[in-house]
Ligand binder design. Structure first.
Ligand code: BES
Ligand code: MN
Ligand code: MN
Length: 465
């Protein structure tokens, strides 16, 4: 990979220019206002793939946002790496909390990124990360050092639950046939401690609606005699955790795998600076399920969180009103064998049973997804670990992540291919928050590391046969 690395070293500015251009397109998948920008981002992604030397590049229409495909087949007998990423981003709001406009990328230095970071929505999640693969593959193709076949599939609906990707994968199994799926859409522990994500949590997401009287009422005339749906909803929500922050839904923990003392000890070996963690997000004390460390609470335990809650009067000043309706959006992060459909059912049954006769309750399920794991003894993990050890000169630490990428479980079910999560972000990069950014160190380190993954994987795969 000598020529490849030389190419990478001399093309850093071009790589960054491509990222700036991509980040200037507001490809927010959740908001129909940005439909045109989604198409523009899809086209720009296809253009980048073509520019990298990929063939059969196509922007595939779906019922939602397009999926981009491209490939470079050098020899059908050699292994194939399938790279997945997403060009859609989260909405930028609350926009007033951004220090610079979310779709006008600028470079600034931060504490975690003394060499500078690029600030824009999607910088780390996931434009900056999938672009590393495009640049690394380009470098290998130009340098004539691509050691195997490569395919790209970049989607535009990850942030809204990959609604149409499942069908696309099922109807294009042949085109997507591969030996390993490589994804950079997760974090490392810090810039001195490389890590590979070996677990992602699953997800069940619901929206609840509590209805009291058939119209908003005067809170003086009726208050005291009629159930207030907001009072009731908040009480119901509060009862979903007990005094140990354990979730109270009957059966919720039935399929959660208990980790052995040995496995828990191994997990807790990862460096974790509690004071820094608290300071960075401005809290005085941690909060979570009794009997578990922070690493365990986000890595191997399921959770239930209200993501949004509304109802009644929220405008300027005061309006005395007893609202007719109250709403909340609730996410449950799942682990090991918890089935999202089953969990949604358990939630629905329990939540309805909590409601007094004075209100009506509706539960509307949103998207969900299974948890996923990568075995440490697999060659894909080993190839990634060796690549990271080459470029960081440090031992790699396996990590269970709290986030979700629901499509990973589907890849293993439908394509029968394992995924390796070789992400380069930091948890402090503010993904999904105002002032999202991605370190230049991380961007370039990723581009440098990816070719070594290819080299290691091909060697290990061939030796294995
Ligand atoms: N890239 C994230 C997931 C992630 C972030 C995993 C950091 C590990 C570390 C992804 O884009 C994401 O945000 N996923 C959603 C799930 C989806 C169904 C909306 C999530 O985790 O909330
Ligand atoms: Mn992502
Ligand atoms: Mn995301």
């Amino acid at each position: 990979m000598k020529n490849t690395q030389a190419y990478i070293n001399t093309h850093q500015n071009e790589f960054l220019e491509d990222l700036k251009n991509l980040l200037s397109i507001p490809s927010v998948s959740a908001d129909p206002h940005f439909k045109k920008d989604m198409v523009a981002a899809a086209k720009a992604t296809a253009q980048l793939l073509k520019g990298a030397g990929l063939r059969k590049v196509k922007v595939n229409k779906t019922k939602g946002h397009p999926i981009i495909y491209g490939e470079r087949i050098i020899d059908k007998k050699l292994p194939t790496v399938l790279i997945y990423g997403h060009y859609d981003v989260q909405p930028a709001d609350p926009i007033e909390l951004w220090e610079s406009p979310p779709f006008e990328p600028i470079i600034k230095k931060t504490k975690s990124h003394p060499q500078g970071a690029i600030f824009a929505r999607g910088a780390a999640d996931d434009k900056g990360q999938f672009l590393m693969h495009v640049q690394a593959v380009k470098a290998m193709i130009v340098s004539k050092e691509l050691p195997c076949n490569v395919k790209f599939m970049i989607e535009g609906e990850e942030e809204v639950g990959s609604i149409h990707l499942g069908d696309f994968v099922k109807s294009n199994k042949k085109m997507l046939a591969s030996d390993v799926i490589l994804i950079s859409d997760t974090s490392i522990l810090n810039n001195k401690t490389p890590s590979i994500t070996i677990g992602l949590r699953g997800l069940s997401y619901v929206e609840v609606e509590v209805t009291g009287p058939n119209r908003d009422l005067h809170s003086g005339v009726y208050g005291g005699a009629v159930a207030n749906p907001i009072n009731i909803l908040t009480k119901m929500i509060a009862s979903l955790h007990d005094e140990n922050n354990h979730i109270t839904i009957p059966g919720f923990y039935d399929d959660v795998k208990a980790f052995s003392a040995k496995d828990r000890a191994a997990l807790n070996k990862a460096p974790f600076a509690e004071a820094k963690y608290k300071k960075e997000i401005g809290i005085r004390e941690l909060h979570g399920e009794k009997g578990y460390t922070t690493i365990e609470r986000v890595g191997i335990r399921p959770t239930l969180d209200v993501n949004g809650i509304w109802g009644g009067y929220i405008g300027e000043g005061a309006k005395t009103v007893l609202p007719s309706k109250a709403y909340a959006k609730i996410s449950m992060r799942l682990v090991s064998n918890q089935n999202p459909k089953k969990i949604t059912q358990l939630f629905t049954k329990h939540f309805k049973s909590l409601a007094p006769k004075s209100v009506k309750v509706k539960v509307n399920p949103h998207h969900g997804g299974d948890a996923a794991v990568t075995p440490i003894d697999s060659i894909e993990y080993q190839a990634a670990a060796k690549a990271l050890e080459t470029t960081f000169r440090k031992e790699v630490i396996p990590q269970m992540s709290g986030g979700s990428i629901p499509i990973v479980a589907l890849f293993s079910k439908v394509l029968k291919v394992n995924t390796v999560l070789m992400g380069f972000g930091l948890d402090s990069d503010a993904i999904h928050s105002p002032n999202e950014h991605y370190g230049l160190f991380n961007f370039y380190k990723g581009i440098e590391t990816i070719p070594y993954f290819f080299e290691n994987y091909v060697k290990m795969k061939i030796n294995n046969h």
